[in-house]
Design a protein. Sequence first.
Length: 77
Amino acid sequence: MKNNNIVLTKEKRGAMISAIKNYFSKEREEEIGDLAAGLILDFIIEKLAPEFYNQGIYDSYKFMENSMEDLLSIQKL
């Protein structure tokens, strides 16, 4: 696997590879092997996952920011 910050257990990686293989089989009517599915997974982790991660961080930040504003609104004046 390429150098990245996402570490998958062997079981989780296997499940993801199976999901990719099932997708290709059902949606594209193509059979791909474990190696091809693993390479697709590596590509997703390396090139696409950081965008999803960053969006999650941003969404969490906005949620916390809104929660802090709500908390400040209950101050006694």
